[in-house]
Design a binder for this molecule. Structure first.
Ligand SMILES: Nc1ncnc2c1ncn2[C@@H]1O[C@H](COP(=O)(O)OP(=O)(O)OP(=O)(O)O)[C@@H](O)[C@H]1O
Length: 669
């Protein structure tokens, strides 16, 4: 209300001339004016209630000034809405509004979303007392080991053992009193029971300590749901899929046959690796499995052991059934990898009398066909050559129900999809598991089991590969696609012309240790190797343009340390397991991050550490974003030229300015 409006009400006690213009009022006058207005208002309200006292919606608080204020607010709102509507009907205004929204954001109030995790924030399904985590302070690591206090109990409060001893002493005295009054003597059994109680009272038990034990101190049958959860967290194991069996904690708890366990012991594998812990129990149940674990983490044994276990359950091969083909097939993208899987399989299989044959390109197909026909339980092959063998009728897969696709993503990426499908089609389809995952499996029946393993599994490839599997369990160790922490990653921004000089500097520092240098093209592999050879390095090469024999000689020479530098194309990028490779150098950055992960994974294997160095040029912008994310995630140094580059800031294929989606992971640096 303005002063002029107020003056219209003409309060009692203040004489104002109505003809005059509004005058200045002192504070005291204004206060008096307000008081009089308030009294007048209340009076009006009172009269109004007397009239409408019995009205059902009457509200004693809602009257007078309040009602007027509300009316004013409402009309203000209506007026504003109306101006907005008129304004927005004008196209120029509309456009202005859109630009405003684009730069300054929408005015529309955002709905507050309460996530389910926020709702449950303070709900734990375990008690504080159940916490088995170890305290960093050694003082609190063993809280129940109380120190004696010079014959006066223990430091730190009540001594449960003393209490128990006193309790049993009382019980004995009372019992003896009863026996005495009854005139009877304790029987031998009663006396022995009392004595046992006394002995027990002298011991601390778990209850006294009030501390739950860590899962490592528990027997299998004592493991609780919570212990299994901690176990999975300790080894970074995560699963997707239904009805997942428990992982195995050690070899003894696995359900592998005794002969296989002996073979594992002879191989020197003291403890299963996390991928083995998680996927062997699944394989033993004939479940289809997609296994993703970092390079050098023992994926080969994770699929080989359940496969051999499965074969031991089948009748041994004889003249009658050897013509029906092998019991199991493993497919891998490269010849070297297939041969390496053969070595790993033979390591265990020869103790069980299981025969293994590898079928790869570059060797006589007739010889390979002859070896299969002589009878073998396991065939390890590259998909192209195996399909060739099947089409030429050198081999059949009439009794093969176990198939492994190692480096499955690479096989599909290389265009081997049709060959893989061709091989799968040659297997008995009657043994496929039912499509409905809720349908119970017949325990006596043999179903086709399909295993798929890799260190990387891009979602698009996984979706495609899933066509070959039925109700698979997906096991992931750590974060899919990440390099192992055992590898120290260095990335240098260089010019093409500087690469050779820098490479020689790194190789010079290498001394007698071994290194693999990856180059993107076969031709350049030969050129770089020639240059290094001239400079006096012990160099050998490996790429797809060499004959199979040359490839094998090179790899063998590198394995036996006749050469300490292997210059290779991507043929050696996956799966190749050469112990003690100290340094991997990406002379050229590959054009996919998956290839980078696999290449650097040739070092830092089976628990050992390694170094990976990558030369990056401005031609590699395609991978800048993903590489930067990977370096940040693994706490590696990001060269400033990469961090600053535009291509490293924008995810390939994304729209500039689009706010991150809910599932996007954004790293800051
Ligand atoms: N339980 C184990 N204990 C000790 N060594 C093991 C164990 N399992 C596997 N290894 C060894 O670890 C090395 C790497 O294993 P493997 O080649 O199977 O790794 P991978 O996960 O398949 O690697 P990549 O992804 O590069 O193919 C091998 O030399 C193998 O003998």
């Amino acid at each position: 209300m303005t002063i002029s409006e107020r003056s219209m009400n003409r309060p009692v006690g203040i004489k104002l001339d109505p003809s005059k213009k509004p005058v200045y009022l002192t504070k005291a006058q204004r206060e008096q004016l307000a008081l009089q207005e308030e009294i007048a208002d209340q009076k009006r309200c009172h009269e109004h209630h007397q009239v409408k006292d019995n009205h059902p919606y009457s509200d004693n608080h809602y009257c007078g000034k309040n009602r007027k204020r509300d009316r004013d607010r409402k009309s203000d709102r209506d007026r504003e809405k109306e101006t907005n509507r008129v304004r927005l009907e004008n196209p120029a205004e509309k456009e202005l509004e859109a630009i405003h929204e684009q730069y300054l954001g929408s005015k529309k109030p955002k709905k507050r979303v309460i996530t389910s995790s926020a709702k449950l924030r303070l709900s734990f399904d375990w008690q504080n007392s159940e916490d088995t985590s170890r305290d960093v302070n050694p003082l609190y690591q063993n809280p129940h080991e109380a120190r004696p206090h010079f014959g006066r109990g223990f430091f730190g409060g009540i001594d449960r053992r003393e209490q128990k001893k006193l309790a049993i002493k009382n019980e004995r005295e009372m019992q003896e009193e009863i026996w005495k009054k009854g005139g009877v003597e304790a029987t031998a059994v009663e006396a022995a029971a009392l004595k046992k109680k006394e002995q027990n009272a002298d011991l601390y038990d778990t209850f006294d300590m009030r501390v739950d034990r860590h899962w490592t101190d528990k027997k299998l049958e004592e493991m609780t749901e919570r212990d299994w959860r901690i176990f999975r967290e300790d080894y970074n194991i995560s699963y997707k899929g239904s009805r997942i069996p428990r992982p195995m904690r050690n070899w003894a708890e696995s359900k592998l046959t005794t002969e296989l366990l002996k073979a594992v012991e002879r191989a020197g594998y003291k403890k299963p690796s996390p991928i083995q812990m998680a996927s062997i129990p699944l394989g033993l149940q004939q479940r289809d499995v997609i296994g993703v674990a970092e390079t050098g983490s023992g994926k080969t044994a994770a699929f080989v052991l359940p496969m051999l276990n499965y074969i031991t359950r089948l009748p041994p091969l004889s003249e009658e059934n050897e013509a029906e083909g092998p019991y199991a097939v493993v497919m891998a993208p490269t010849r070297e990898l297939a041969q390496q899987i053969e070595d790993e399989t033979v390591k265990f299989a020869h103790y069980l009398g299981i025969k293994v044959v590898s079928i790869v390109g570059g060797q006589s197909i007739e010889d390979q066909g002859f070896r299969i026909r002589q009878g073998c339980e396991v065939v390890i092959a590259t998909p192209g050559r195996l399909l060739d063998c099947l089409e030429r009728r050198y081999c059949v897969l009439n009794q093969c129900n176990y198939v492994v696709l190692d480096e499955a993503d690479r096989m599909i990426d290389m265009g081997f999809g049709p060959q893989v499908v061709g091989v799968l089609d040659a297997m008995p389809s009657s043994n496929m598991k039912p499509k409905n995952e809720d349908e119970e499996l017949d325990e006596k029946k043999i179903y086709r089991t399909t295993y798929m393993f890799s260190a990387t599994m891009p979602p698009a490839v996984e979706r495609l590969a899933r066509n070959y599997l039925r109700n698979p369990a997906v096991v992931t160790i750590g974060t899919a696609g990440n390099a192992t922490d055992l590898i120290t990653q260095h990335v240098f921004m260089v010019k093409e012309s500087e690469k050779m000089f820098k490479l020689q500097r790194f190789l010079h520092e290498l001394g007698d240790k071994t290194a693999i240098v990856f180059i993107n093209s076969r031709k350049r592999v030969d050129t770089v190797a020639k240059n290094l050879d001239k400079s006096g390095y012990r160099v050998t090469t490996l790429h797809g343009g060499k004959s199979q024999e040359q490839r094998e000689i090179s790899l063998e020479g590198f394995r036996t340390k006749k050469y300490n530098v292997l210059v290779a194309s991507d043929v050696a990028g996956r799966g190749i397991d050469i112990p003690d490779v100290a340094h991997v150098i990406n002379y050229d950055m590959p054009n996919k991050l998956e290839a980078y992960t696999h290449r650097i994974g040739r070092t830092g294997r089976a628990g050992k550490t390694g170094v990976a160095t990558t030369f990056l040029t401005l031609q590699d912008t395609e991978v800048f974003y993903n590489l930067k994310q990977m370096l940040i995630q693994s706490n590696s140094h990001v060269p400033p030229e990469l961090a600053r580059h535009e291509a490293s800031k924008l995810k390939p294929g994304s729209i500039p300015g689009r706010p991150p989606r809910r599932n996007d992971i954004v790293f800051t640096h």
